[in-house]
Design a protein around this ligand. Sequence first.
Ligand SMILES: *Cc1c(COP(=O)(O)O)cnc(C)c1O
Length: 381
Amino acid sequence: MKFGTKVIHGGLEPDPLTGAVMTPIYQTSTYAQEAPGKHKGYEYARTQNPTRSALERNLAHLENGSHGICFASGLAAMDAILRLLNPGDEVVATNDLYGGSYRLMRRVHERYGLVSRYVDMSNPAEVADAINEKTRLLWVETPTNPMLKVVDIRKMVELARAKNVLVAVDNTFASPYLQNPLDLGADLVLHSATKYLGGHSDVVMGAVIVKEDSLAESLYFLQNAVGAVPSPNDCFLVLRGIKTLHLRVERACSNAERIAGFLRNHPQVRNVYFPGFEDHPQHAIAKAQMRHFGGMLSFDLHTDSLEHATKVLSNTHYFTLAESLGGVESLIGHPASMTHASIPREDRLKVGLTDSLIRLSVGVEDVEDLIEDLEKALSEL
Ligand SMILES: *Cc1c(COP(=O)(O)O)cnc(C)c1O
C-alpha cells in the first residue's frame, strides 16, 4: 500500500456494527460484561477504546511499524519511553531539541536517576564519544528544532547497535510522510500528534510507534498503568487529520521552499536554516532519508536585535504569532522566548539559537500571500 492510500485505509475498516465509513467516536468510559470477565475485549476505556485502537493501527501503518501507542500529549508519549529506563541509565540526546523534551529529562526524570547528555548529533563522532556502558537510549530529533540540522538516522543506529543502545527518533518535524525512522533501523518513533498528524491546531496528543512486540508490550503497560491516554474525541480528530496528511505536507514543503529562497535574498536576513538548500551542511543526508525537506525553517536578522525580531513577529498578518507547528495555518515564533525559553541563554547561543532567531511553520495557504506578508513585516524594520 502506498502512503496516500495508507493514510485513508491503513488498519481501518468501515465500522463492523453499522458500516459507518468514518471511525465512530466511542465516547464511553466502560463496557458492559455478560458475566465477570466475560466481555467483547473491552473492559475500561483507559485500557482499551475502539476509536483509539483504530488510530493506533493506522499510525503503525504510516510508520511501517507493528504497534502504535497513543498518549495524551507528545510529552506524555516521551515520558513513557523514558520510563523504560532504570535509575542510573543514561540518554544521549541532540543538543538542539524541543525545549519541553529537554525539560522533561532535566527537571523531571533526573530526579529519578536518569542521566542525560547533549551533543551535536549532526557530528557522529560526538555521539560515539558520549556513549558509555550506562547508555541505554539515543534520543534523536531530526530535523532539529529550531536550527533545522539533519541527523543521519542510519549512522545513529549503527553507533547504537554496536553498544546495545535503543534509538528513539522524534519524528514530529518531518511527519511520517517525509521520513520513516523504523525503516532506517530505529527502535521507537515519537510523534507529537498535536502537529502535522492532527494538522488543524485543534488537538493535543502524542504517539509512539514500534516494531518489536516486547517494546510495545512495555509501552501498552505504561499507557494503562500511568494513564496519560487521549480522549476518543481527540483520537477521531487525529484520524480525520491524517486523511489529508500527504496533501498538507506536500503543499507545506513547496511553500517552505519558496519562502526559504525569498528570505535568503532579503537584505535584512542574516542566516536562513533550511535543509532544502543545496549548501545546507546535511543536505545530502536530508535528501537520502527524507521525501522532501519539510515545512519548517528558521532565520535570524543581521542586527540580531531582539527589538527588530519582535517587530517582525508582531507585524505579520497571515503568519500568526503562536507556539506549535504543523497546522494548515502558517505560524511564526520566537524560540528564545517561547518554545526554548527553558534552555539557558548561553546553551542556546552555542547552537546558534540567537536572540533574533525566528521560526516559521509554513502552512498550506497561497505562497504569494505568505511571501508578501513577510516582505511587508521585514520592510517595516
Ligand atoms: C510539540 C513537540 C513535542 C511535544 O508534544 P506535545 O504534544 O506538545 O506534548 C515534542 N517534540 C517536538 C519536536 C515537538 O514539536
